[in-house]
Structures are given as structure tokens and as C-alpha cells.
Design a protein around this ligand. Sequence first.
Ligand SMILES: [Zn+2]
Length: 380
Amino acid sequence: MRKNADYLTGINFETAPGVEVSNDKALFANRVGGSFGEPPMEDTGRHGAVAAQLRRVIQEPGMRKPELNRITAALRNLTPMQRRVVAAELALLDKQPATTLIIEGRFATTAACPHCQAKDAIRYGHANGLQRYRCRECGKTFSALTGTPLCGLHNRGKWLGQAEALRDGLTLHKVADALHIHVSTAHRWRHRFLALPMAIQPQALTGIAEADETMFLLSFKGKRSGLDRKARKRGGKASKRGLSHEQVPVLVARDRAGVTMDCVLKAMDMTTLSAALKPFLTKDVVLCTDGSLALAAAARHIGVEHHAVNLSAGIRVDGAWHVQNVNAYHSRLKAWVCKFRGVATCYLANYLGWFRALDREHGNDPKPAQWLTMALGGTA
Ligand SMILES: [Zn+2]
């Protein structure tokens, strides 16, 4: 089959090899005659406008009656061919799963070209059940899925199930069982779904902000060769206490309103800590730490007020100064991560972002649709 495009109508369709098509009118006649493939489902001209209106009616259950009457009146004016186009459009809409609506929702206002970021695109047929667009600037085609981490994944009908699994913090085997997918697929989906949420950090911490580090075991989970030590079983323990080459430090800062930032640290020196904290601290924030010298130096370097709680002297709370919120966050994070029986260090940031998204809602877990929206680059 050879793809053709009718540039007058913006409709794409296919012709059998060897079929000679002389001009756009002939192509259109072929298509209308139904010789090749399914009836067209594109929005073109007046019937396209009616179909677009219908789509809006279905998506907005609370639509006012006069508007609905106006659309049904417009339907009576359609020619038989136009009615077929509208019927096909409705059938497509009926079949569209909730996932597709969320994906298409990205372009609800404007379709931005993922290749050149221009916002000047025309509708250009459908591909893989999604509206396709053609950029007027660079000429490339795209859909609302192009350029997102979910592009190229199959089984779209199960994506909301995957989003639900993220909300519920299911292990890979449980996701695989629930969605009837392979464990390796569940793994791929999990990290594609987390690729963008992991980057959602707060704008800034305000008021009193507590900062502290916590350690995660360095893990090459899933890696089968090339380890320079004997593999640990199921999470395991470091052979030495405290910071060592077997541990990965994670910095968490949380203000008293519960706004939280975190990051995996490459080192625990002043330069690394201040670089990690600075983007999140406003000038008038008061930083509270457990007396770590590197954090104190980082606070000085950033130029914010700093109070250290002398934990080594047994002082846990000194008036308003304590790090109990951030330490409680560490405990919840560790307990949550524990059920995954060790996380590979290369994915640690994904798990931090996953937990942060759950925490942001203060126990009111994001709904599957919100997870899917976040995975596509939107804010939940
Ligand atoms: Zn473009």
C-alpha cells in the first residue's frame, strides 16, 4: 500500500500499488466511493466543523440545550456523504478509550510541534488512533504523544491501569499480574511513566525549611555482570556503617508547609550541597539542619539564616528549630521503598519523584488520570 495525501482536503488515505491517480479530485472520488479502506474520519471543511462541535458536546456533559439544538439543526443540513463522515467521527469517539482523551487533552488549546516548538499546525489525518498534525514551520507530522516518554509504548488501553499501579505503589510482579503484561514490560512502563514526574520539583521552600541527608544502598539491581563485588540478596545491608562507597546520599529539604525537594547527591561537600539547595531557597528562608558541617557551610554560602540542632548533645528540639519533619519524611520514604526490596541506584531519582508525587497530595493520592497526565508532561 502506498500512502497518498490529499492536500486540498487534508485527508490521508492509501491506494493499492499500481493504482494511478491523476489528481486530487480522483483521489477524493476513490475515497468517497469507499474503494480503499475505512471511511475517512478527518475533520474537513463544514462537516469537519460539525464533527468538532459534536466532539465538544460529548466531552462536556453539562452543555446547554440551545447549543445542542443548534448542532442537531446543523446535522439536518448535511449531505449523505457528510453524514457518513460525522457518523464515522462519532464511532471513533465512542471507541476512544479514556486514555486517548487524556493524551489528546495535551493539545486541547494548541498543538505545539515537538520538533520545533512552533504552535502553527494543521490537522493531518489520524495515526494510531490519535489525531495527527502537520507543522507549518518545519513540515513534520506529530501527534499529542510524539516526544513524550510514553511514545512508542504499546497497549494504550492498559495505561490507566499502569497509572493506577503507580498510585498504589504496586511491585512489578503485581503490576504484571494485574495488567497481564510481562514483568519486563511493567519495568519499562514504570520508568517511562516516572521519567517526567521525577523532574517535578517545587518552585521554592519558604519559612522554616529543614534539610538533612539520608543514605540508600548503592545497588546494581537487575545488572547481571560486571559487578566488582558479590551481589547482595534482596536489598541487603552495607558491610560498613555510615557513609561509604556502598551508600548513595540523598538530600531532602522540606518546609513546614510540607513543600519538599530532594535529590541524589554525587558527594556530600559544601559545593554539592549548596548547588543542590540554592535553586529552592528564597532569601528569607530559615534553614534548619542537624548540625552537619557541610550543610552549615552550604547555608553560609547560599546566604540564608541557619540554625543547627545539636543532636550529638541529645538536643532534638530547640524551640522552633528541629529536623523532625524532614526525618519523618525520610522514614516514610524508606518504609515505602522497602517494599521494592532494594532499588537500582540508576533509578533512585525516579523512586524519589514517585514518592514526592504521592506526598504532595498529603495522603490524597493522585488519581490514575492525574498520573497519566504527569507522565505526559502535564501537571496533575
Ligand atoms: Zn515544527
